[in-house]
Design a binder for this molecule. Structure first.
Ligand code: SF4
Ligand code: SF4
Ligand code: SF4
Length: 798
C-alpha cells in the first residue's frame, strides 16, 4: 500500500484516453455555439470544482470526455506533497458529503505539470475524437490561503507557469511527445499542435482560511488582479449568512444534528464587510481590464462526530451545502443588484443545475455529485441539457429555487443504504442489493424490466417464481429492497413495492385463466394455519406438485394480518387475490377447521404455520416431531413480517441464489450517472440499474481512475485496482454494495516490487507476473495475461 500517486506520462495519457477514455465509454460530443467566458469560448457553462476530480491529469481528461468544459484546478498552497498531512480515508460522500483534504497532495510543481499535461492532451483528444471546439474549454486556477504563501516563489512560479506555460519544460515536452504521436492520430495535424495556446489560465479562484481577516482577503485579491492580471473570484464561506440562518436551513432539511464551532461565525468575513470590499475589488478589476466576481461557496466546517474520517472537524458539501450556497447567492445579489458575477459550486447536481443557470449563476462546477455512483458519467446528463443562453442574475428566481429545495425529498437527510453483510469476492463481483436484501431474493430487476417493456404477464410470472403472496406484499411489505436499492446513491429508490402491486393488479385475472396445475408428485402435505406462512407454503408446495390441504381454525385466511396491518384492516382485497390464485392451483382450504391433534392429519409432511401463540399446544412438550416442520412467526415466537414468513416457507423447498442475467452493456452504460426521479410507475424499470448483471461502482466513483474494469471474457468485467493511482481517499468503499473496501480487497497491480511487498491486498507486480499474492485462479491467470498485453502497457510504465 502506497498512498502516493504517480503521474502518468503524457503520451500514455493520450493513448489510454483514446483507447478506453479512462473508463468513460461514451465521450460526450458538444456542438452548440460556445458561451463567452471572460472573452474565452466555453462550450458549456458546466465544470468540475477544485477537488479530487481536478488533481491528476487523467481526472481532468475523464471530466472533459464526460462533458465538463470548465475546470477549477485543485487548490495549491505552499504546504504540499509529503509535508501536507492528510488523514486517510479523506472523503465520506455517502449522503451529504464530507472531506478532510482541501489542497493538492502533489508537490506544487508536479501539480502544475499535471495541469499542463491535461491542457495539451484535451486539445488533442477534442480534435481527434471530434468532441467539440478544441479551444472551447477553460482552466481556472485555485490558490490558497495566505498573502505570504500566495506571493511566495513557489506559488508565484506556479501562477506564472499557468499564465504562460510556453517556457516550461513540461509544456515543451508535451508538444514534443505529441509530435511523436502524430502518426497514430487521424485528425490532429502539426498545425493543430502549433495552435495549442500556452496561456492556460487567465482566471483564478481564491480560497482563504476560515477566520481570514477582510484586509488580507482584499490584499490577496488585489494582488492577483493588479500584479498578476488575473480575473479573480473570491470563494465565499457559508458563514456569511450568519449562524441563525445556517442553522435554520440545515435543520429544515433534517441536518439539524450537525454540530459546528460557533467561533467560525464570529471570526469569518461578515456580509457587510464583504459588500464594501467586493465593491472596491470590482472597481480595481475594472481599472485593470480584468474581471472580479465571487465563487459560491466554500465548504462548511462541522464537528466530526462519527468514525469514518479522522480529526475534530470535517468539511460539509453536497446536498446539505446546496441551500446554504444558494442563500449566499440571494443575499449577495440583493446587495449588488445583479452587478456581482457569481460562479457556483455548492452541491449542484443534475436536479438543480439548469435552474441555477437560469438564475444567472455560471459557470457551475460540481464535485460531490461526481463522487457518487455514476461518477464522472453524471457530467454527461448535465452537459447535454444545460441551456446555452446566459441570463441576468435574478434574486426572485433564486428565492423560488430555494423554496423548491424544501419540497424535494432528494435534498433531505436520509439514512445511508445498507450494504450486504459479507465480503466482495475477488472475481466476478456485483450483486443486486434489492435481491440480496429481500428475504425471498426476488428477481426485482427482472420483473421491473418486463413491466417497463409492457410484458405484465411475464413480469407476474417472474414475481411468482419467488413470491407466493404478491398482492399482500405489494400492499404491506417493509420493502427492504427499497432501502437497499442502489438508486439511493443517485436520487430516490425504485418504487419496487408499488410496482409489484401494479403488476399483480393488472396480471392477476389473466393469470387465473392460464394457470397450469403442476404434475402431481404423489406426496401429501398438510398445513395448519392459513396466515401468511401457511398461504405461502401452500403456494410453494402446490407449485411443486404436492397435494396440499390447509386447515384454518377461523373462517378467513390471512391470520393476524388484518388485525396488525392498517391497510388490510380496511380492505381484504390483497388477501383475497392471493388466496384465489393459490386455490386455482388446486390447494384445498378447510376453513373453520381447528386442529387439536397432529395425529388427525394424514400427510407425508405436516407444516405448522400457526403463528407465535398456538403451535406450542399442538406440539406439546416435544419441540420437534418427525415429519413436522414449523414455519412463520411460530418459529421465532414473535410477530415478524409477511416476507419473512414467506422466506421460511420457501426455504422448505429451495434456497434461491442470485440470478445474473445477461444485460446489454450499452443500456447499462447509458443509465450510468443519470439522475431521474420517479414519475411514471409502469416505466419504473427504466430507472433500474440492473445491478445483478453489472456493478463497476468502484470504477465510476474513483476520482483518480485507480480502479479499472478489465474484459477477460467472463460475463462481468474484472475489477483491477491500480495502487500507483490511488490516494486511499476511501470513496469507493461507500458505494460498493458489499461490506468491503475495493481498494484493499480487489486484485491490485503494483508499480514496483517494493510497493507489492509493502502491501497486503491480493495482486501482482507486473514486472514479476509469476509472483502473485492471493488465490491463483483461472480468472487471475487470464487477467494477468490481459494486463500484460499492449493495451495495458501504460501500467508497466507508471
Ligand atoms: S437499481 Fe434495480 S437492481 Fe439495483 S437495487 Fe435498485 S431495483 Fe435492484
Ligand atoms: S480506488 Fe478508491 S480509495 Fe483509491 S483513489 Fe479511487 S476511490 Fe479513492
Ligand atoms: S463496487 Fe466494485 S468491488 Fe464492489 S461490487 Fe461493485 S464492482 Fe465489485
Amino acid at each position: 500500500m502506497n498512498e502516493r500517486m504517480y503521474p502518468i506520462d503524457f503520451h500514455w495519457l493520450v493513448e489510454t484516453a483514446l483507447q478506453d477514455g479512462f473508463g468513460i465509454d461514451d465521450p460526450v460530443k458538444l456542438s452548440a455555439k460556445p458561451l463567452d467566458y471572460l472573452g474565452h469560448p466555453l462550450e458549456v457553462g458546466l465544470g468540475i470544482a477544485a477537488g479530487p476530480q481536478t488533481q491528476l491529469a487523467q481526472n481532468l481528461i475523464a471530466g472533459y470526455l464526460a462533458g465538463a468544459r470548465f475546470f477549477e484546478l485543485k487548490t495549491v498552497q505552499t504546504l504540499d506533497g509529503e509535508d501536507l498531512p492528510v488523514a486517510k480515508p479523506c472523503i465520506d460522500a455517502r449522503d451529504e458529503a464530507y472531506n478532510v483534504e482541501w489542497s493538492t497532495e502533489l508537490r506544487v510543481p508536479d501539480a502544475m505539470n499535471e495541469y499542463i499535461k491535461a491542457w495539451v492532451a484535451i486539445h488533442i483528444l477534442a480534435k481527434e475524437l471530434s468532441l467539440g471546439d478544441p479551444k472551447a474549454f477553460v482552466f481556472n486556477m485555485s490558490v490558497g490561503y495566505t498573502y505570504e504563501g500566495i506571493t511566495s516563489k513557489k506559488i508565484d512560479d506556479f501562477l506564472n507557469g499557468l499564465i504562460d506555460a510556453s517556457q516550461t519544460e513540461c509544456f515543451q515536452d508535451c508538444l514534443a511527445q505529441a509530435e511523436q504521436l502524430l502518426p497514430k492520430l487521424k485528425h490532429v495535424t502539426r498545425e493543430d499542435l502549433a495552435n495549442i495556446s500556452p496561456h492556460i489560465c487567465s482566471s483564478i479562484a481564491l480560497s482563504t482560511l476560515h477566520g481570514a481577516k477582510p484586509e488580507e482577503i482584499e490584499q490577496i485579491a488585489g494582488y492577483l488582479i493588479e500584479e498578476k492580471g488575473l480575473s479573480t473570484y473570491v470563494k465565499c464561506n457559508p458563514t456569511l449568512l450568519g449562524e441563525a440562518k445556517v442553522q435554520a436551513l440545515l435543520k429544515g432539511l433534517g441536518f439539524g444534528r450537525l454540530a459546528y464551532d460557533p467561533d467560525h461565525f464570529k471570526n469569518d468575513l461578515k456580509i457587510e464587510d464583504a459588500e464594501v470590499m467586493f465593491h472596491r475589488l470590482l472597481d480595481r478589476a475594472r481599472a485593470k481590464g480584468v474581471h472580479f466576481g465571487v465563487k459560491l461557496t466554500n465548504t462548511f466546517p462541522v464537528k466530526n462526530t462519527d468514525d469514518v474520517l479522522e480529526g475534530d472537524e470535517k468539511y460539509l458539501s453536497g446536498k446539505a451545502l446546496y441551500p446554504l450556497s444558494l442563500s449566499v447567492a440571494i443575499e449577495l445579489n440583493k446587495r449588488f443588484n445583479g452587478q456581482l458575477p457569481m460562479s457556483y459550486s455548492g452541491g449542484a447536481d443534475a436536479l438543480s443545475i439548469n435552474q441555477l443557470f437560469d438564475c444567472g449563476i455560471w459557470p457551475i462546477t460540481v464535485c460531490t455529485t461526481l463522487l457518487k455512483s455514476g461518477g464522472y458519467y453524471r457530467l454527461s446528463q448535465m452537459a447535454k441539457n444545460l441551456p446555452q443562453e446566459v441570463v441576468s442574475l435574478d434574486t426572485a428566481k433564486m428565492e423560488a429555487l430555494l423554496e423548491e429545495v424544501f419540497s424535494n425529498p432528494a435534498y433531505y437527510s436520509r439514512p445511508w443504504v445498507k450494504k450486504a453483510d459479507y465480503k466482495v469476492p475477488l472475481h466476478q463481483c456485483g450483486i443486486a442489493p434489492c435481491q440480496d436484501e429481500c428475504p425471498i431474493h426476488q428477481d426485482v430487476d427482472g420483473y421491473l424490466e418486463q413491466m417497463t417493456k409492457g410484458n405484465l404477464d411475464e413480469a407476474f410470472d417472474i414475481i411468482l417464481r419467488d413470491n407466493a403472496l404478491p398482492a399482500i406484499t405489494g400492499d404491506c411489505c417493509y420493502a427492504y429492497c427499497e432501502s437497499s436499492c442502489r438508486r439511493n446513491h443517485y436520487d430516490q429508490p425504485l418504487e419496487i413495492r408499488s410496482a409489484k402491486a401494479y403488476i399483480t393488479e393488472k396480471a392477476h385475472a389473466k393469470h387465473l385463466e392460464r394457470i397450469v396445475t403442476p404434475e402431481p408428485n404423489g406426496r401429501k402435505v398438510a398445513i395448519v394455519g392459513a396466515g401468511a406462512a401457511g398461504m405461502a407454503a401452500a403456494w410453494y408446495f402446490g407449485q411443486a406438485g404436492y397435494s396440499v390441504d390447509v386447515y384454518e381454525a377461523t373462517d378467513r385466511a390471512g391470520g393476524i394480518l388484518p388485525y396488525v396491518v392498517k391497510s388490510l384492516k380496511s380492505h381484504r382485497r390483497p388477501i383475497d387475490l392471493d388466496l384465489a390464485r393459490i386455490k386455482a392451483l388446486g390447494v384445498r382450504f378447510h376453513m373453520n377447521h381447528p386442529v387439536s391433534s397432529l395425529d388427525d392429519l394424514k400427510a407425508d409432511l405436516k407444516v405448522l404455520a400457526t403463528g407465535s401463540q398456538v403451535t406450542k399446544k399442538l406440539l406439546g412438550e416435544a419441540p420437534e416431531l418427525e415429519g413436522t416442520i414449523k414455519i412463520g412467526d411460530m418459529t421465532r415466537q414473535k410477530y415478524s413480517s409477511v416476507v419473512q414468513c414467506m422466506a421460511d416457507a420457501k426455504e422448505l423447498l429451495e434456497l434461491v441464489s442470485s440470478q445474473s442475467r445477461p444485460v446489454d452493456r450499452k443500456t447499462v452504460v447509458a443509465k450510468k450517472g443519470q439522475l431521474q426521479l420517479p414519475v411514471d410507475l409502469p416505466q419504473e424499470g427504466d430507472r433500474c440499474l440492473n445491478c445483478s448483471s453489472h456493478c463497476e461502482s468502484c470504477v465510476d466513483v474513483c476520482p483518480n481512475r485507480a480502479n479499472l474494469a478489465v474484459d477477460v471474457g467472463e460475463p462481468k468485467r474484472e475489477i483491477v485496482h491500480v495502487d500507483a493511482l490511488c490516494n486511499y481517499c476511501g470513496n469507493c468503499e461507500a458505494f460498493c454494495p458489499y461490506d468491503s473496501r475495493p481498494y484493499m480487497e480487489k486484485f491490485t497491480v503494483y508499480r514496483s516490487q517494493e510497493d507489492f511487498q509493502n502491501s497486503v491486498q491480493p495482486g501482482v507486480f507486473l514486472g514479476e507476473p509469476d509472483k502473485i499474492r492471493g488465490e491463483r485462479t483461472k480468472i487471475t491467470d487470464k487477467l494477468i495475461e490481459v494486463l500484460l498485453s499492449d493495451e495495458y502497457a501504460w501500467l508497466r510504465d507508471l
